[in-house]
Ligand binder design. Structure first.
Ligand code: HAM
Length: 418
């Protein structure tokens, strides 16, 4: 037999026993986003490579080593989107949406060539949210409150909010110089990655996961102590707004994020229940990106939720949503009964909105059809044979108890509705 072609490593199938949870979670999230006035935007999965290099930053893990890039047949370099913010800005700019404020959301697969492990995949899914044209910090607070409401609506506990401010570009530049001076003094203690980043992206050294870098990082100057006036005021106002509604957060001065476009507010929702891949939702302000990509300057803030991680966390916390089961399964034996079953099923679907009804297809005797009915998880089996057709009735078997009664076709819709 020929070898079976398997899926690409780190790219997973999401199977029918799990998709109902995904759908339920997505519906809840979409409902909350809509209730805050966010509108869905859809944009391509593939963009020009330059878009990601220019927005995410040349010296980031994503651009340096994680992008799925390829040459199109005309020789142009394209990339499977590693995240949604760049594409969303591109689409909003190109279609003139940035002439006014916008609250947008999107969802779909993202691609990063990372080392696969639990919670980290090469194809993963995000729901992303972006707001344009709001100076903040009111929208910053609203957005964070909205994320808290998402967890509440999902019945999810176990997430902790961390916030930080990365200041203005100018303040960050001054701070970067201080940071480089500090690390230069301790150059011999820098690991290989940090040596490489020392001059290009020293902030990223601070969120190194290498335990041997910890002590050195702990002694480094803090960006929060070097903020410009406006960023400091905005950050204080954000904290006050969160305090005033009693939302608990931790200020994490080491939170720098792995994409270069951020400035001022950044935040993450993290959990200890998912091992090392504990960030479920992350984002921040990126006021400079629109002009960096050639547009007229527009303020911007957003976040994205990793859906695989969110679903894993719901599972770990025993909080997966209840999913709808099949209501009824029609068992029909004999040519006449099969024909009648199709008609009856269509009528029931008309008369009972939302009814989830499977009609047995593919023949078989009563015993084998009942097996299918059982496996479907249906609440009732509806049984049709020649006798039932002659009398215009149907057998209704309650699967949980095995009890069976005979119901006339006229009142069947009412029966199922009750
Ligand atoms: P990010 O921090 O790179 O930010 O990703 C956001 C979330 O996507 C992460 O917190 C995580 O839950 C999930 N995620 C990221 N990589 C993977 C992976 N390899 N496997 C599974 N899940 C993953 C962004 O993508 C920004 N675009 C967020 C944003 C929107 N900022 C402003 N607007």
């Amino acid at each position: 037999m020929a070898d079976i072609i398997r899926s690409v490593r780190g790219m997973n199938d999401i199977l029918p026993d799990v998709t109902p949870y995904w759908q339920a979670v997505e519906t809840t999230l979409n409902d909350v986003l809509r209730s805050y006035g966010y509108q869905e935007i859809r944009f391509p999965i593939v963009e020009k490579t330059a878009l990601f290099c220019r927005s995410i930053g040349e010296v980031t893990d994503i651009v340096e080593k994680e992008m799925y890039s390829f040459d199109d047949r005309n020789g142009e370099s394209l990339t499977l989107r590693p995240e949604g913010t760049a594409g969303c800005v591109r689409a909003a700019m190109q279609n003139g949406l940035l002439n006014q404020t916008q609250r947008l959301w999107y969802q779909g697969p993202m691609f990063r060539y990372e080392r696969p492990q639990k919670g980290r995949y090469r194809q993963f899914h995000q729901i992303g949210v972006e707001a344009y044209g709001f100076k903040g910090p009111d929208i910053d607070a609203e957005m964070i409150l909205m994320t808290a409401r998402l967890w509440k609506q999902l019945g999810l506990r176990g997430l902790k909010l961390q916030i930080n401010s990365l200041g203005s570009t100018e303040a960050r530049l001054l701070y970067k110089a201080k940071l480089i001076d500090y690390f230069e003094l301790h150059r011999d203690q820098l690991d290989e990655d940090s040596q490489r980043r020392l001059h290009s992206n020293p902030l990223r050294i601070l969120d190194s996961k290498n335990p041997e870098m910890q002590a050195l990082n702990d002694g480094a100057p803090m960006l929060l102590d070097h903020l410009d006036k406006e960023s400091e005021q905005d950050f204080n106002a954000l904290c006050e707004a969160l305090d005033s509604v009693g939302l608990i957060y931790e200020i994490n001065p080491r939170l720098v994020r792995g994409l270069d476009y951020y400035g001022k507010t950044v935040f993450e929702w993290v959990t200890e229940h998912l091992g090392s891949q504990g960030t479920v939702c992350a984002g921040g302000r990126y006021d400079g990106l629109v002009s960096q990509l050639g547009g007229k300057a527009a303020t911007a803030i957003g976040f994205a939720i990793g859906l695989e991680r969110l679903i894993s966390l719901l599972e770990a916390m025993d909080a997966l949503p209840k999913i709808e089961t099949i209501d009824a399964y029609i068992v029909a034996v004999g040519d006449k009964a099969v024909r009648e079953a199709l008609l009856l099923a269509e009528r029931l679907r008309d008369e009972v909105p939302g009814l989830k009804l499977i009609t047995h297809c593919g023949g078989g005797n009563f015993k084998s059809q009942f097996k299918h009915a059982d496996r479907s998880g249906a609440r009732w089996s509806l049984i049709l044979g020649d006798d039932e057709i002659n009398n215009k009735v149907i057998g209704v078997k309650t699967m949980a108890t095995g009890e069976q009664e005979t119901v006339s076709w006229d009142v069947l819709a009412n029966y199922l509705q009750s």
